[in-house]
Design a binder for this molecule. Structure first.
Ligand code: 5RP
Length: 236
């Protein structure tokens, strides 16, 4: 079964989940990526924003554009008092709901909206589910002037950083005008500690580790159907 079909399964389960768990009239926090795009299409087909939700808070310009193309009201996070649930994909997720995110470059908006939400539901195909975070190079959003210094620092920490580039070779820029380094090879056996450490480095805007604010539930698209994982607290 191809990955897109598995993402579709997770996204359809995600639509069911939000319709059954988010109170009527609430605003929904919406992530970024191809799985989320299917979720949005599914919610639109079910007229969820006309019938149930007041609108959405978006994690990126790309998601805002898609939501607005469907005439879904998009609220600034500052206008919203309560966000019962945030739903998003992941590049890797472990059984504790700790994730690597930012493959699509939207990690800063994603982390802000996730932090503001009461619950985080991850929708992903089964290839993203790993016992330990390790394979996916860690996206780190950085202030451009810090790139060379941070590269050296990541290398000294055992990582192999690469500056993310556009197909024409120009550096990739985030919604906030920053650059992204994809850092392979870092040991991530204590993700919360690594997230805390790297987040404190000057020039780092956002680390694509979502361990301090991890997912509460993961809906995994598998060839056998959708697996619902209630994420367990990591050992201290
Ligand atoms: C974007 C993300 C996405 O959630 C992640 O890359 C997964 O995307 P997809 O659903 O396309 O596999 O973190 O910054």
């Amino acid at each position: 079964m191809d990955q897109h079909t598995l993402k579709q399964r997770a996204a359809i389960a995600g639509a069911d989940y939000v319709l059954t768990h988010v109170p009527k009239g609430a605003v929904l926090g919406v992530g970024t990526g191809s799985t989320v795009n299917v979720l949005i299409d599914t919610l639109v087909a079910q007229k969820a924003f006309e019938r149930y939700f007041r609108g959405a808070v978006s994690s990126s310009r790309a998601t805002t554009a898609l939501l607005e193309s469907h005439r879904i009201p998009v609220f600034d996070l500052n206008q919203v008092d309560a966000l019962p649930l945030y739903i998003d994909g992941a590049d890797e997720i472990d059984p504790h709901g700790q994730m690597i995110k930012g493959g699509g470059g939207a990690l800063t908006g994603e982390k802000i909206v996730a932090m503001a939400a009461e619950a985080f539901v991850c929708i992903a195909d089964v290839s993203k589910y790993v016992p330990l975070l390790c394979r996916f190079a860690l996206p780190v959003e950085v202030i451009p002037m810090a790139c060379a210094a941070l590269s050296r620092r990541f290398a000294a920490r055992g990582g192999a950083p690469t500056l993310r580039r556009m197909p024409d070779g120009a550096p990739y820029l985030t919604d906030y005008g920053h650059q992204v380094m994809d850092v392979a090879g870092l040991k991530m056996d204590v993700p919360q500690a690594l997230e805390r450490e790297l987040s404190a480095w000057p020039g780092v805007v956002t680390v694509g580790l979502f361990a301090q604010r991890r997912a509460d539930v993961c809906l995994l698209g598998t060839p056998e159907g959708v697996r619902t994982i209630t994420c367990t607290k990591p050992h201290a």
